[in-house]
Design a protein around this ligand. Sequence first.
Ligand code: HEM
Ligand SMILES: [Cu+2]
Length: 541
Amino acid sequence: MNTQVKTAASSSPVPDYIRASKGIWSWLTTTDHKRIGLMYFVVMISLFVAAMGMAVTFRLELFSPGEQLFESDIYNRLLTLHGVVMIFLFIIPGIPAVFGNFFLPIMIGAKDVVFPRLNLLSWYCFVVGALIALFSVTLGGIDTGWTFYVPYSQKTDLNVLVPILAAFIIGWSSILTGINFIATTHRMRVKGMGFFDMPLFVWSLYATGWIQILATPVVGITLLLLVFEKFVGVAIFDPAAGGDPILFEHLFWIYSHPAVYVMILPAMGVVSEIIPTFARRTIFGYKTIAYSSIAIAGIGSLVWAHHMFTSGMVDEARIVFSFLTFFVAVPSGVKVFNWLATLYKGSIELRSPMMWCLMFIFLFSIGGLTGLFNASLSIDIHLHDTSWVPAHFHYTIFGGAVVILFAACHYWWPKIFGRMVNERIAIGTCIGFFIGFNLTYMPLFFAGTAGMPRRYADYLPEYTIYHRLSTIGAVILATSILIMIINLVRSISKGKIAPANPWQGATLEWTVPSPPPTLNFTGEPDTSRGAYEYPVEVSDG
Ligand code: HEM
Ligand SMILES: [Cu+2]
């Protein structure tokens, strides 16, 4: 059935990319896209664990009303750092930096990305940015929230400019990655692979690349304007000097809403890989899924002001932004429909990557549907700045992009490290995650509709039950994630040796040895099958 299985690790004459050269220096100077992807992963997952620790800490503070562990000042700083690290240092690089770097070239039959040195530079930008962000903690941290809203961020004595510099530098890393992915997709496809033969994960990275290069400069310029205002004294955002604080909100969200799609589009791409593999069916509606990625990237760039319905914008503008926001749900809904249609009559195998994907569809749908409430003008006035909002965006970002990052770990781990992950523990942590996740965030929807504001260290006794449940949930959630990470790491030395194609996947990465050799392919890539033609199609039974 699959002729390439012959080339599995042990019989490969070429050393794999991990054993190709030794020593930390060979990693720090590597231009191999696979090593760069792994280096991103190590830094990002460490930062994720740290930011998760912060969240559990401030959730413990919220276990009871009144002051428990620390005063509200510390709460605000922990909350801000949690948001800044999770967004700028973890999920914006996210799936593209790790799995995009590792798999995009292999999936299109290339030996590397077009600009391998730029790729390494993007990692260094990321690491330098991360170090600066962490350094800002030693200066006392900041308490503006992750959005750096003016005029407070201009007036506070805390060092807002240091984390802003960090975000600026990290923006470069994102832009460099975007340039690389777009150019690689155009220039490096193996002979005979047209755009519509590409795996859907590649399509999603391609769409994401355009958002990265078009939207990121806007936030870069905005942050520079903040610096100018503070040091040079030109009036831009400060109303006292004749500036306009609402301008900051517009500029910030012109980037930060599309950034949501930088997080979620690649995740949708991964789902479009995993579902057909474990349903043993060719994906339903390939072209529609490919086009919907582009549609989401396009329409998603026009909806930013839905974050500002309460800022005093004129009604005409609010109605237009509200309408466009409902509209962007259409291409996302199209994808969910196609995934469900693929599952329908598929012969589904409930392995851990698939479990994470099914959980994604459930959690992300809750995130998406609650988003429609926020998109409705009148309802949003009530929900704005309540704990409904963090509940909604954790369901989309965490239940969406992060859950799929975990799915991708379980799906591609055997390829990356050549070892299988312990399935029983993997499924156990997946279930623990599901329980902990819903217990953490579901109560926040109810607290929010009852009027609990977000970003507060304290609350009235009537909200106690919601916060208790949420804190217990956070502990279960964090414990499951830690066990999941230990299980993954342990498999690198203890796991069973993985064959080249453990899941019978149909895309090109499954035709090369596990782990792949430095230049990915030992011979010519096998493109005799289209990206999604499954060798065995079990359906219509
Ligand atoms: C690991 C478990 C996590 C827990 C228990 C948690 C918990 C929370 C809670 C309770 C809040 C709201 C606090 C308040 O408004 O007073 C919050 C805020 C936030 N979280 Fe999380 N979170 C977790 C993971 C994540 C992840 C994975 C992301 C993104 C990838 C994320 C991004 C954010 C952001 C952006 C904020 C808003 C910060 C602000 O208001 O400036 N969190 N988190
Ligand atoms: Cu938005």
